[in-house]
Design a protein around this ligand. Structure first.
Ligand SMILES: [Zn+2]
Length: 153
């Protein structure tokens, strides 16, 4: 029997190979990739339980320390933050700033956030400023509620 060779790279392949390619070349071949992808897709469509199992398996795998470290390394290699920064428009930056500010001040009622900002700018510590604006808010709410009660009486 003559030795079979991969039709792309020329390494020896087994007689069983249907594609005439070695494994690494077969993995890169677009036609074979498309076939494999289609058959996996079909298997997922036929069996929702299998799909869910695979989904969970991949989620767990991606959450592992090893995969996280790999993703981090890849991100550094690709310097992805540069792409992110380049994609930022002034409008996006403004929106991001607003979102971050709202998240940081989520413990402060919106009505007294400007007061809080003024106090922290005037060298009050965050916990002091929080206590002051929460008092102010409670006072205003008390007044508001008393007014409502009077009006409805
Ligand atoms: Zn090959």
């Amino acid at each position: 029997m003559t030795e079979r060779l991969c039709r792309t790279c020329g390494t020896t392949i087994t007689a069983k190979s249907k594609s005439g390619l070695c494994r690494p070349c077969a993995r890169k071949d677009p036609e074979i990739k498309a076939k494999k992808s289609a058959s996996v897709k079909l298997a997922y469509q036929r069996d929702p339980v299998y799909l869910e199992e695979q989904r969970q398996r991949l989620l767990e795998r991606n959450r592992s320390n090893k995969m996280r470290a790999l993703a981090g390394k890849k991100a550094k290699e690709l310097r992805i933050w540069e792409k992110g920064n380049a994609a930022m428009t002034p409008e996006l930056r403004q929106r991001a700033g607003k979102t971050l500010s709202e998240r940081r001040l989520s413990h402060i009622p919106p009505e007294v956030r400007d007061d809080y900002r003024r106090l922290t700018r005037n060298r009050f510590r965050r916990d002091e400023a929080t206590a002051l604006v929460m008092d102010l808010h409670a006072h205003r709410m008390g007044k508001f509620i008393r007014k409502l009660v009077q009006e409805s009486a």
